[in-house]
Structures are given as structure tokens and as C-alpha cells.
Design a protein around this ligand. Structure first.
Ligand code: SAM
Length: 237
């Protein structure tokens, strides 16, 4: 069984597939996503502050930046800031007058993220809002600002479908919505699963499939972070 995010606890078996996936990530990263002092510093600071290493993989971070550039994003929403690693990638897609709103429940994580986005030179474009994301999303809807062009949903999976529902309401036709971590070592396909993170992820896909306002797909990925994937939706009406 390849490296799964849902492997049982304990000393993991050395996994030859994981070693090969990691080697390919290193190879591709060295050419296409070279070492970046600001992003490396963000990871080091997050590590030093004991934040969980739950940030998106480097190549997914770069993909998020590319998606932002492809849609000409001026306003980006992120649900789940952690230490601001993906925030930095996303903010780099914005023009100087662009705005990124990112939602985080843990004040301590938000403080680390603020220092990281400032160090990366993106702090002027980033608005970190602390509190339960459902509350922050409801507040954003009440504020009635311009729609978001790109949304990353990367927080507690239990509320994933509600986050996507808010994201669609805060979007416009053409907005891209990415939901990170939606394969979970293959566990998403386990119809006997009882883990509420997996059940929540399954609900995201069911909700997207049933929503006539979006078209969606999901892709499996392998790499240094193991076997996972992401879901991509485009608002069509
Ligand atoms: C996977 S991490 C985000 C990683 C980040 N997007 C990145 O790639 O750098 C998930 C984050 O969501 C936050 N979170 C969990 N539940 C939340 C909630 N109800 N409201 C807001 N944030 C929440 C966690 O504290 C954690 O920082």
C-alpha cells in the first residue's frame, strides 16, 4: 500500500514508492520551482513555532500561483491560513492593488502567518481574519465586497461543503475554487469510512456534483507528501 495520509500510527514501513515520488518531486522542483528564500523562511518560522506541517506541497503552491495568474486574479480567498505558506504563493499572483483574504481559527498561527507574509513582501495585499471560518465567511457575505476570482479551501474537512457553498456565493462566473487534500491516501473512495474528515470530503464532491452553478473535477497526486489530491471547480453561472 503506498504512503497514505491515513496510515495507522506507529513507525511507518520504509516505502520505496514514496522514495521514488520524492525523487521526482525534487527533480521537478529543482528545475521548475527552485528554492525561494521567502518561502523557505516561512516554513522555517512555522516549524520553529511548532505549527503542524500541513501546508500545501511546493508544486501545488506554485500551481495556485499559476491559477491566480491564469484568471488574472485581483481578489483571492483562502480558507485555512496556517503559517501563510500557500498565502504567499497566492499573493504572488496578485497585482499590487490586489487583495487576499485568508481565514484562520488559531490566533497563534495567524500571528506566524502575518510575520511570514510580511517578510515575503506580500503583507500589503493580505488580510488575515482570525476566527471560525464559517463566521468570517458569513461576515464577508454581509460586507458585500467585490467577488473573489480564486478560492483555496484548505481547512477542517468537516465543514468543507459549507466552505464551498460560501465560496460559490462569493464568486462570479469564471471563479476557480480549489479544495486541497481531497484524496487522503485513497481513503476518500472508502465507502465504509467513518472518519469525519473523509465523510466531509465526500460531501464536498457530492455537493459540487449536485450544484448547477459549478463544473468540477478532482485529481490524485503523488509526491514527497504521499498520496493525496485536490478538487478543482469553476463557477459557470
Ligand atoms: C491544512 S492547514 C492550511 C494550510 C495552508 N493553506 C497552507 O497551505 O499553507 C488548515 C488550517 O485550517 C485551520 N482551521 C481549522 N479549522 C478551522 C476553522 N473552523 N476556521 C478557520 N480555520 C480553521 C487550521 O488551524 C489550520 O491552520
Amino acid at each position: 500500500m503506498p504512503a497514505s495520509l491515513f496510515d495507522p500510527p506507529g513507525e511507518p514501513e520504509p516505502d520505496p514508492l514514496l522514495a521514488r515520488w520524492t525523487a521526482v518531486d525534487v527533480h521537478l522542483g529543482n528545475i521548475l520551482v527552485p528554492t525561494d528564500p521567502a518561502l523557505d523562511a516561512a516554513l522555517d518560522a512555522s516549524d520553529a513555532a511548532d505549527l503542524p506541517p500541513a501546508q500545501v506541497a511546493t508544486n501545488l503552491g506554485k500551481l495556485l500561483q499559476l491559477l491566480g495568474l491564469a484568471v488574472g486574479a485581483r481578489r483571492i480567498l483562502e480558507v485555512g491560513t496556517l503559517g501563510g505558506y500557500a498565502t504567499i504563493w497566492l499573493a504572488r499572483a496578485l497585482p499590487p492593488a490586489g487583495e487576499l483574504v485568508t481565514l484562520e481559527i488559531e490566533p497563534r498561527y495567524a500571528a506566524v502567518a502575518q510575520a511570514n507574509v510580511d517578510r515575503a513582501g506580500t503583507g500589503d495585499r493580505v488580510d488575515i481574519r482570525v476566527g471560525p471560518a464559517l463566521d468570517s465567511l458569513a461576515a464577508l457575505r454581509r460586507e458585500g465586497g467585490p467577488p473573489f476570482d480564486l478560492v483555496l479551501v484548505d481547512a477542517d474537512e468537516q465543514h468543507g461543503a459549507e466552505y464551498v457553498e460560501h465560496a460559490v456565493a462569493l464568486a462570479h462566473p469564471g471563479t476557480v475554487i480549489v479544495v486541497a487534500g481531497t484524496v487522503k491516501g485513497g481513503a476518500v473512495a472508502d465507502e465504509t469510512a467513518t472518519d469525519d474528515r473523509i465523510l466531509g470530503t465526500r460531501r464536498v464532491h457530492e455537493a459540487l456534483a449536485a450544484d448547477p452553478r459549478v463544473e468540477a473535477t478532482a485529481l490524485q497526486t503523488v509526491g514527497s507528501r504521499g498520496w493525496d489530491g485536490f478538487t478543482l471547480a469553476v463557477v459557470v453561472r
